[in-house]
Ligand binder design. Structure first.
Ligand SMILES: [Zn+2]
Ligand SMILES: [Zn+2]
Length: 150
């Protein structure tokens, strides 16, 4: 386990290496994303407020979009769900989304190969990334459906 001071230093370092100024608000947002990946902006806000009670919603939303632009966070938008943010970036990973409860899980891509999918017709595009969302029923929901059927 890292201690709190080391964690804060790591967060600040990550923010600086993305070319942004490391502030305590930004560090709190990044910390929240690392603790709870695939959080909606409102969930991030609630989690950051536990640490910095005075922070405004605008400030958190602004930081999330600055992080997304700087490549420090990734925005995922599963169908029927609000946009979700995560701090796992740059590996072109994919997502499994449960259509019942909205649970979301990371799925690794073939390492070192982005894009991992080749379109049958690229229409002349140079493809840089491919994002796949697998939707289905998570194991928890499947078990619930099983037991209620009995
Ligand atoms: Zn589910
Ligand atoms: Zn993810």
């Amino acid at each position: 386990m890292q201690n709190a001071a080391e964690t804060a230093e790591t967060l600040a370092g990550n923010i600086r290496s993305a070319g942004l100024k490391a502030t305590s608000q930004r560090a709190a947002v990044l910390g929240a994303l690392q603790r709870e990946p695939h959080s909606s902006a409102d969930k991030v806000l609630a989690s950051v407020r536990a640490e910095l009670p005075g922070i405004s919603a605008q400030a958190v939303y602004g930081i999330l979009s600055a992080f997304t632009e700087a490549g420090l966070a990734r925005r995922v938008e599963p169908a029927g769900s609000p946009a979700l943010y995560e701090s796992r970036v740059g590996d072109n990973h994919h997502h499994l989304v449960c259509i019942r409860c909205g649970a979301i899980k990371d799925v690794d891509c073939v390492i070192g190969q982005a894009p991992c999918l080749t379109p049958s017709d690229d229409s002349g595009f140079t493809v840089l990334a491919a994002e796949v969302t697998f939707s289905g029923i998570c194991s928890t929901c499947a078990k619930q459906a099983d037991s209620s059927a009995r």
